[in-house]
Design a protein around this ligand. Structure first.
Ligand code: TYD
Ligand code: MG
Length: 454
């Protein structure tokens, strides 16, 4: 019988070597190699996986379903992003830039649940308990019976929580500050983050506690630590926004217990995060007199329409200098495409003009239905003729200059009507309800309409 051979397997990428090294030669991670015995030859009798296992019962898709119990946080926008509330025994990772408001949101949720009589534990590895208490007081939540501690040792945390009834919710702020003494290395390293998360998640699953881990985000926008952290948890939420703007969006990136297309919208105020149940009101800037170059676009966020203002500015250049194109809140490639279609199919010339496009309120659009609204803003800016202020515009533009219908047309129009809009510039085939529709089959028809040639 062959002697079992020692080998070292990288816990990040799975590559194996026969010699221990500090850094994995394949993926470049540090301190991820751990010793494993290649037992295959030792247990050659059990080499055949086709026998010797336990057989299990298999069920149909129509078998009874045990829905996981959910716990609403009472913050409706948070619950919406979670798909209806926190699930007992599940793990949620919430990532976001420093200072975006992760700790604030979780403290508010923790306090609300504690006030509703739940047992809540909030462990901060970043701030001293006094700092957290001060913040709670500032938020008007000083009397909420949240169990608070400042700790970083996972062993201490699990020992403490292991005594008595487990909490309904455990918040760990943040996973990068946690430390497991089973593993060498400083907090925040790949192996520490993974080992700490593993133990905390095991506790949550065994004891039926809903676990929320705060995760820092690196410059490129991914959650620091191994990608594997995202695989270990049930739900990944991203908390986004511009720090210079008030609004914050909580977006589900992964959710084993719900959809990933719903968002929660908040605004950061003096008293913490306020829920924004009508986001359109937040993104529509004050709309008074008609202004050339501005259109309103009803975007879809999940199943919810959000009205945003798109602004275009076209500046004619006298000299032959290369004109600038600058975009905030939209895809610059998409803008180039709309400009090209306007030039090639509609005879409008932007080639000697600088073009600036801005989505008001710091909002970022990814909905292709914005094409037509962007085109209308550009035409209006070029011709210096305003688009009627009581109108909304949406539709997808193809390279041929055709205007294609988009999803959720009726829902977009309904939201626009609710906010007082009376006209819609859209693709053909929609029912307007309270909104008077002008339908366009091609971009050329929209140009004629906006220039008063139809
Ligand atoms: P915080 O929750 O500490 O962010 P994170 O945990 O994601 O790093 O939020 C910090 C920012 O929020 C801070 O810059 C101040 C601001 N803030 C308010 O504007 N109002 C408030 O009531 C609170 C608590 C914070
Ligand atoms: Mg924080």
């Amino acid at each position: 019988m062959a002697k079992p051979q020692k080998r070292y397997v990288c816990q990040a990428c799975g590559s194996a070597t026969t010699k221990w090294q500090g850094q994995c030669v394949d993926c470049g991670e540090w301190n991820t190699l751990s010793e494993e015995l290649s037992n295959v030859t030792v247990f050659s009798a059990r080499h055949d996986l086709r026998t010797g296992g336990r057989s299990f019962e298999m069920l149909g898709l129509d078998a009874d379903i045990a829905l996981p119990p959910r716990m609403a946080t009472g913050i409706a926008e948070f619950d919406r992003a979670l798909g209806g509330g926190l699930v007992a025994g599940s793990a949620t990772l919430i990532g976001g830039d420093p200072g975006i408001g992760k700790s604030t949101l979780l403290l508010q949720a923790a306090a609300k649940l504690a006030l509703a009589g739940r047992e809540i534990a909030y462990i901060s590895g970043e701030e001293a308990t006094d700092q957290v208490r001060l913040r709670a007081r500032r938020l008007g939540l000083g009397m909420a019976p949240v169990k608070l501690a400042s700790a970083t040792s996972v062993r201490d945390i699990l020992t403490t929580l292991g005594q008595g009834a487990p909490p309904a919710l455990l918040v760990i702020d943040s996973i990068q500050t946690m430390h497991s003494d089973l593993i060498e290395g400083a907090p925040g390293t790949v192996s520490q983050v993974r080992a700490s998360a593993h133990e905390l998640i095991r506790f949550a699953k065994e004891r039926g506690t809903a676990l929320i881990l705060v995760g820092h985000v690196t410059k490129d926008g991914s959650i620091a630590g191994p990608r594997v952290l995202e695989h270990m948890v049930d739900t990944v939420l991203a908390f986004e926004g511009e720090r210079s703007h008030q609004y914050r969006i909580l977006r589900a990136i992964k959710n084993r217990f719900g959809g990933t297309d719903e968002i929660g919208v908040f605004s950061m105020a003096e008293q913490g995060l306020d829920e924004v149940s009508n986001p359109s009101a937040l993104f529509l800037t004050h709309r008074g007199d008609e202004m050339a170059g501005a259109t309103v676009f009803p975007a879809m966020e999940g199943t919810r329409p959000v009205l945003v203002e798109i602004q275009a500015l076209v500046v004619r250049l006298a000299s032959g200098a290369t004109p600038r194109r600058a975009v905030v809140g939209w895809d610059s490639g998409r803008l180039a495409m709309i400009l090209a279609v306007l030039e090639a199919r509609c005879g409008l010339s932007f080639s000697t003009a600088e073009v600036y496009l801005n989505v008001a309120g710091g909002y970022r659009l990814s909905d292709p239905a914005a094409d037509l609204a962007v085109a209308a803003a550009l035409i209006s800016a070029l011709a210096e003729r305003p688009v009627p202020a009581d109108s909304v515009t949406f539709g997808e533009v193809s390279l041929s200059g055709e205007i294609r219908p988009v999803a959720h047309g009726a829902l977009r129009l309904k939201e626009a009507a609710k906010l007082g809009f009376r006209r819609g510039l859209v693709s053909p085939g929609l029912e307007g309800g309270d909104i008077r529709l002008s339908a366009f089959g091609t971009l050329g028809a929209l140009v004629d309409h906006l220039l008063g040639r139809d």
